[in-house]
Design a protein. Structure first.
Ligand code: NDP
Ligand code: 8X3
Length: 256
């Protein structure tokens, strides 16, 4: 086990990539601090992980869009969870897939508040403690959408370009400390992502992953483990990973 006695904080741990990271990091011996808005799902993840891996898990409802909630939660973490070794800024979403001049303003607000401000809020509160302890590791989950703007992706792609830029900004500002940053940019991963994007339309969401083999949450979690377990002098700044069947956002080898 490579992460024994470490503490990993994961946002968006109730589903998808965040949930996969919770299991993989626990498998490596890390204690966990898990956040999301759906506490029933968090609770079942936490209980299952505790019984399978014997690590300590703290979980709580936390909406990353609310700075006061984030600050209070981190300030009041129980003593045994208060030293965060690894921060995984994962909570995020796309909402809608339409031309920018037709888009729903509320969708924009929620994407910007979650993908950009939420990541900033968690980092602003957790990272000073990492700098003070002169050790820590930050994983920001970006996207292929941060490398490439695709039709109707407009604002979501903008938020993921931001994630890529702020990851670089963090790397620059943390230079000279032992706090490392890795930006992970996945292509198509089969999670609740598309169901959320299409506002609960399960059929439409399913269609996104048909006819080829998409990535799974576990594929991204394994990459996160690899990045988090390099020697102290090795910083993997960025990982861009797609399914083998995906060349670009729009070139996907669908056999159908
Ligand atoms: P899921 O929809 O499966 O999971 C998203 C997670 O984020 C859930 O746990 C959700 O929990 C949480 N979340 C959403 N809003 C908030 C909020 N305001 N506060 C706290 N938690 C929140 O999607 P993925 O696992 O696929 O997405 C995870 C990350 O990966 C996102 O940043 C996404 O942009 C990125 N990504 C996804 C790709 C894909 O193809 N799936 C590809 C590239 C990047 P809850 O609803 O309970 O709050
Ligand atoms: C999720 C992948 O291609 O839907 O970020 O933007 S994509």
């Amino acid at each position: 086990m490579k992460l024994q006695n470490k503490t990993t904080l994961i946002t968006g741990a109730s589903a998808g990539i965040g949930k996969s990271c919770a299991y993989k990091f626990a498998e490596e011996g890390s204690n966990l601090v898990l956040f999301a808005r759906r506490t029933d799902m968090l609770e079942s993840v936490a209980k299952d992980i505790e019984s399978k891996y014997g690590v300590k898990v703290f979980y709580s409802k936390l909406d990353v869009r609310n700075f006061d909630e984030v600050k209070t939660m981190i300030d009041l973490l129980p003593e045994e969870f208060s030293t965060i070794d690894i921060l995984i800024n994962n909570a995020g979403k796309a909402l809608g897939l339409s031309k920018f001049y037709d888009a729903d303003l509320e969708d924009w607000e929620e994407m910007i508040d979650t993908n950009i401000k939420g990541l900033l809020y968690l980092s602003r509160v957790v990272v000073p403690k990492m700098v003070a302890q002169n050790s820590g590791f930050i994983i920001n989950i970006g996207s292929l959408a941060g490398h490439e703007v695709y039709p109707n992706g407009n604002v979501y792609c903008g938020t993921k370009s931001f994630v890529r830029a702020i990851s670089k900004g963090m790397i620059i500002d943390l230079n000279g400390t032992n706090v490392k940053v890795t930006n992970i940019d996945p292509g198509l991963v089969e999670t609740e992502f598309s169901e959320v994007r299409f506002h609960g339309d399960k059929e439409k969401a399913k269609g996104i992953y048909l006819g080829y083999t998409p990535l799974k949450g576990d594929d991204i979690a394994e990459i996160a483990i690899f990045a988090a377990t390099r020697p102290a002098h090795v910083q993997i700044q960025e990982i861009f990973v797609t399914p083998t069947d995906q060349a670009t956002a729009t070139i996907v080898n669908k056999k159908m």
